[in-house]
Design a protein around this ligand. Structure first.
Ligand code: SF4
Length: 308
């Protein structure tokens, strides 16, 4: 088994003192040669990116027992997340890791292929299981990720009906879908009590999409806002107005009636409890697509709908 910890996680485990404000989840990667070929991923079969990268983050190899003991003792760590690369034989390594980490809730983010697999992780102690969608339309899913979106949605639906509130998914904004495509899917997932973690597409050198553009920050903010308002029950999907290009132009509610800081919570990193993923899809020098601490929300602007 090759286990890696993200750079930020090493600080939470006590290897250095550079703790990033807001990080409360320790991220580990079960690493190997992936059998899939997602165009955006640094671990894809065709990617030329070194394995120490996942997205734009560097991961260092670490011993499982040592990681588990340090994580159990760390006062900073509220959750453990196992990010699983689909290498041959990964399932037994996930089970071993689930049985070695202790004392903290564990999320598993994995390209599960059956309900039996999902069930096995819960039976071995997972608190939440993440089944990624990544690409939000059937066409993009088949092209960029391989396989059928319909099948992933069926697995998500079955898993969430058996484990309500315990299933997560990852969605990447900016792979070529419209705002309407992704918000339609968000609404479908929320109705099934599936937790959504939004990511802004980030081009990684060495991958097939290394020259693909990022989504605009304004578009990402609108999608975050739609997700938040739907999740909070502040709006119905039918209240979201789209133009002919599938861009959000209005929510049919007056955002200024809400407390500004409450509305800005839409821009905090979403996902499993305590998951803030600092700088996962942004550079420390640029704008934060996912804001990892409440303190930083003060500097964030609400999106301007007049530009759509
Ligand atoms: S939302 Fe966060 S903790 Fe949950 S599976 Fe995704 S990365 Fe892991």
């Amino acid at each position: 088994m090759v286990l890696r910890a993200s750079y930020g996680t090493l600080a939470l485990l006590g290897y250095n003192e550079r703790i990033v404000e807001g990080q409360q989840t320790a991220f580990f990667m079960l690493d190997g040669k992936c059998v899939f070929n997602c165009w955006f991923c640094s671990h894809a079969r065709s990617a030329k990116t070194p394995n120490k990268f996942l997205s734009r983050v560097i991961w260092k190899e670490i011993n499982l027992s040592e990681a588990a003991n340090r994580a159990a003792k760390s006062p900073y760590i509220k959750r453990i997340c196992l990010q699983v690369v689909s290498y041959p034989g990964y399932k037994k390594d996930v089970v071993k890791a689930l049985n070695t980490f202790h004392g903290k809730p564990i999320s598993v983010s994995v390209r599960a292929t059956s309900f039996e697999e999902v069930k096995m992780y819960f039976e071995n102690g997972a608190d939440m299981v993440g089944i990624s969608i990544d690409a939000a339309t059937e066409e993009l899913h088949r092209k960029i990720r391989g396989g059928s979106l319909k099948k992933v949605l069926e697995l998500l639906e079955e898993s969430s009906s058996k484990y309500p509130g315990k299933i997560t998914t990852h969605l990447i904004v900016g792979l070529g879908e419209t705002e309407k495509d992704i918000v339609t899917l968000i609404d479908w997932l929320l109705k099934r009590k599936i937790t959504i973690a939004l990511f802004a597409f980030t081009p990684i050198k060495g991958t097939k999409l290394e020259n693909h553009e990022r989504p605009s920050l304004t578009s990402y903010r609108k999608i975050q806002l739609a997700h938040f308002l739907l999740k909070e029950g502040a709006i119905e999907f039918s209240m979201i107005k789209f133009n002919e290009n599938g861009e959000i132009v209005d929510f049919e509610i007056n955002l200024s009636n809400f407390d500004e800081l409450y509305i800005k919570r839409a821009f905090l990193t979403q996902g499993c409890p305590n998951c803030r993923r600092p700088f996962y899809n942004e550079s420390p020098k640029g704008a934060l697509f996912n804001v990892h601490s409440e303190e930083l929300l003060k500097n964030v602007q609400l999106p301007d709908f007049s530009s759509s």
